[in-house]
Design a protein around this ligand. Structure first.
Ligand SMILES: Nc1ncnc2c1ncn2[C@@H]1O[C@H](COP(=O)(O)OP(=O)(O)OP(=O)(O)O)[C@@H](O)[C@H]1O
Length: 276
C-alpha cells in the first residue's frame, strides 16, 4: 500500500472519522463536535412546566446517559427531539443548522434520529432476519429493491447488524420466540438498519436479567463513535457500567452533568434522589 492508501485505510477504520464522513451527505454540521443542541427549551402541560429552560447538548459520537427521578422530564425531552412534542419556547437543532422545530416527526426520523421505546415492538411472527429486512424497508432508497431479491450489500448489512446485536444464531428464529432481552436487541438492530446518526434509547434494561444487562451494556458501548446515543435509564448499576458522561434532569432542567462519580457525589443530586 502507498502511504496515501494507508492513510485512507486507517481513516476508514477509525470510528470517529467514519462517523464524520457519514454526515457529509446530509449537510449535518457537526463542525463544533456537537450533534444536538437544545437551548432554553420550555414546555408546559396545563400550566405545569414539564421542561423548564432546559439546555442540553450531545456530542457527535458520544454515548450519553440521562437519569433523573420520576417526572423529571426525560421522556418529554426525548419527545421534543423527535418532534412528538413541540416546546413553547427555545430551540432544538440537529447539528448546527438543521432546525428540528420546523420538521415533522417523520422528517426528523428520516434525518437519522432513531428512537427505541421501552417495550420492544418487533414483528413477532417474522424471523429475526426478516425483521431486519423489514426495518431496512423504512429506508426509502432501499424499498424498491425489496420486491426483488436482496442485494449482496443489503445481505451483508443484515449480517453485520446480526453480529452487532449478537443474534447470529437466532437468524431464522421467529421473533416471537426470543427472550425479552433478545427482542430488545433485535429492536436496536432494526434501528441500526437505518444507520441513524442519533439513537434515543428509553430504559433498555427494564425487565432484563443481569446477564442480558451485561450484553446490552456491551452492545451500547459498541455503538459509541459510530452513532450518537442517548440512553435514559433508571437502573444505576447499569448506567455506571456504560456511562462516560451523565446528565441528571430534575424538574425539567439539568441539575448536574459529569462523570457518574461526579454526579453521584453532587449533594444536590443526593438530595433529589433521597427525597424521592
Ligand atoms: N401529555 C402530557 N400531559 C400532561 N402532563 C404531562 C404530559 N406529558 C408529561 N406530563 C407531565 O410532565 C412531567 C414530566 O414527565 P416525563 O414523562 O417527561 O418525566 P420522566 O422523567 O420521563 O418520568 P419517568 O421517569 O417517570 O418516565 C410529569 O409530571 C408528567 O406527569
Amino acid at each position: 500500500m502507498t502511504p496515501v492508501e494507508q492513510l485512507r485505510e486507517s481513516m476508514r477504520k477509525d470510528r470517529q472519522w467514519s462517523f464524520m464522513y457519514s454526515m457529509l451527505d446530509l449537510d449535518l454540521d457537526v463542525s463544533q463536535g456537537v450533534i444536538l443542541y437544545l437551548e432554553d427549551v420550555s414546555v408546559s402541560f396545563d400550566g405545569f412546566k414539564a421542561i423548564n429552560n432546559l439546555n442540553f447538548y450531545v456530542n457527535a459520537g458520544e454515548l450519553r446517559c440521562v437519569i433523573g427521578p420520576n417526572g423529571a422530564g426525560k421522556t418529554t425531552m426525548m419527545d421534543i427531539i423527535t418532534g412528538k412534542t413541540r416546546p413553547d419556547t427555545g430551540s432544538a437543532y440537529f447539528g448546527r443548522t438543521i432546525d428540528l422545530l420546523r420538521l415533522s416527526e417523520p422528517e426528523i426520523a428520516a434525518l437519522g434520529v432513531g428512537r427505541k421505546f421501552q417495550k420492544p415492538t418487533v414483528f413477532e411472527s417474522h424471523s429475526v432476519f426478516e425483521n431486519l429486512e423489514l426495518a431496512m424497508a423504512g429506508d426509502k432508497r432501499v424499498f424498491p429493491t425489496l420486491f426483488a431479491r436482496l442485494g449482496g450489500e443489503q445481505r451483508d448489512r443484515i449480517h453485520e447488524v446480526l453480529g452487532i446485536i449478537g443474534l447470529q444464531e437466532q437468524t431464522h428464529r421467529e421473533a416471537g420466540a426470543l427472550s425479552h432481552g433478545q427482542k430488545q436487541w433485535l429492536e436496536i438492530g432494526m434501528l441500526l438498519m437505518q444507520d441513524p446518526h442519533l439513537l434515543l434509547v428509553d430504559e433498555p434494561v427494564a425487565g432484563m436479567t443481569h446477564q442480558e444487562m451485561d450484553r446490552t451494556a456491551e452492545l451500547l458501548l459498541s455503538l459509541e463513535g459510530k452513532h450518537s446515543v442517548v440512553v435514559v435509564e433508571h437502573d444505576m448499576d447499569f448506567v455506571r457500567s456504560i456511562a462516560k458522561r451523565v446528565t441528571v434532569l430534575h424538574q425539567g432542567a439539568v441539575l448536574a452533568e459529569g462523570s457518574m462519580d461526579e454526579v453521584q457525589n453532587d449533594p444536590r443530586v443526593v438530595e433529589v434522589y433521597l427525597g424521592e
